[in-house]
Design a protein around this ligand. Sequence first.
Ligand code: SF4
Length: 103
Amino acid sequence: MNVIRPEQPRPLASDWDWQQDAACREYPTEMFFHPDGERGPRRKNRENAAKAICASCPVIQACRKQALTLQEPYGIWGGLSEDDRLAIINQREVRELTVASAS
Ligand code: SF4
């Protein structure tokens, strides 16, 4: 079941056109999304392999922007893992709160 979070922009087909050029189209989805219970070195190795594919992807910037905008909860997107994206989002929120409290 697809759930659209109320605070998220509604996806438009044109927002996903960049996926036509995605390097990951040639690889199994399982490389980019962890199976249940995957931990430790196995998970890190899979993530690093996926990130290596992303590093040569011609649409990495569009992919990364979309994943951060939609706060994709799972998988490798734009060369970023779930933890990578969460760290960036948290840094942005701290920065915004700091700016807001200073003004
Ligand atoms: S950056 Fe990575 S996840 Fe995004 S489209 Fe390219 S290969 Fe796929």
